[in-house]
Design a protein around this ligand. Structure first.
Ligand SMILES: [Zn+2]
Ligand SMILES: [Zn+2]
Length: 269
């Protein structure tokens, strides 16, 4: 069974437990502020959240629940771009690269999937075809290889600093959480923390897909984010609205109450 159908099956179960419907389908007005959401296609939007930083949002149909939005970033400098996470699919990734090239004069040269799932790495083959280089945690590359999917070209084991133009991105493995291979990306100049799927949005009604989660390490990892990135002015989750460090505190509560509800046990087979 592939990751997507596993996701779907577990998602259904978690949703029934939570008795909440439609948390994925709310319209993405990700960042409160004045920058408008630009629609690139039916499935991809972008929104500027800082001078040189965009959120990209891509959607994938999850049967019975509508479209699932997933977040990533594109950070630009001197016509060069770094993408943190890719859209779900190759087609969406092509749309994203094409729009930055033609409308912004930006070549996305480097992509970083923050774990192995499709909402991070699904467009990796297309990113490579578009000429981008890629970096990921070694464990992420190993998982993708095992699943016979496109594999990142470069790997690191704990932390990695990457630069394109003026942009600096610090990647760090802060411990297991949503998955055992989830990393975060820190933009020191912009004080933006991309928490990925280990960080939940405030409106997230449940913990999401936890079949591959590390329930024990997750709250420790999140507390580590509060300790290691106290300056974070914006925190971007894997799905839903960005905010501040309150998202991390909210996520700790969600993980802890999920543990009490037995959600992690229930979704482990
Ligand atoms: Zn995931
Ligand atoms: Zn996700």
């Amino acid at each position: 069974m592939n990751t997507y159908s596993k996701f779907h099956r577990t998602y259904l179960r978690v949703s029934i437990v939570s008795a909440l419907i439609g948390w994925f389908s709310c319209a993405p007005n990700l960042v409160s502020g004045n920058e408008k959401v630009i629609t690139l296609s039916d499935e991809v939007t972008v929104q500027k959240i800082d001078d040189d930083v965009w959120i990209h949002i891509s959607f994938r149909e999850v049967e019975g629940f509508g479209l699932v939005p997933a977040n990533g970033l594109v950070i630009v400098s001197d016509g060069k771009g770094i993408a943190i996470d890719l859209p779900w699919t190759d087609g969406q990734t092509k749309t994203l690269f094409g729009w930055f090239r033609s409308e912004q004069g930006v070549e996305i040269e480097l992509v970083i999937p923050t774990h192995s799932h499709d909402d991070c790495a699904g467009g990796l083959a297309e990113a490579h075809r578009q000429g981008a280089d890629s970096w990921a945690l070694k464990q992420t590359a190993e998982k993708l290889k095992e699943e016979e999917k496109e594999v990142p070209r470069n790997t690191f084991e704990k932390t990695k600093s990457l630069q394109r133009g003026e942009t600096e991105v610090l990647l760090s493995y802060e411990g297991g959480g949503h998955t055992t291979d989830n990393i975060i990306a820190w933009l020191p100049a912009q004080k933006i923390l991309f928490g990925g799927c280990a960080v939940k949005s405030l409106e997230a009604a449940n913990i999401g897909y936890v079949k591959e989660a590390d329930a024990k390490s997750w709250p420790i990892m999140l507390n580590g984010l509060l300790k290691n990135y106290p300056d974070a002015e914006k925190v971007v989750p894997g799905h839903g609205d960005a905010g501040g460090l309150d998202l991390v505190r909210h996520s700790i509560k969600m993980v802890n109450s999920g543990k009490k509800l037995g959600l992690f046990n229930r979704t482990t087979e």
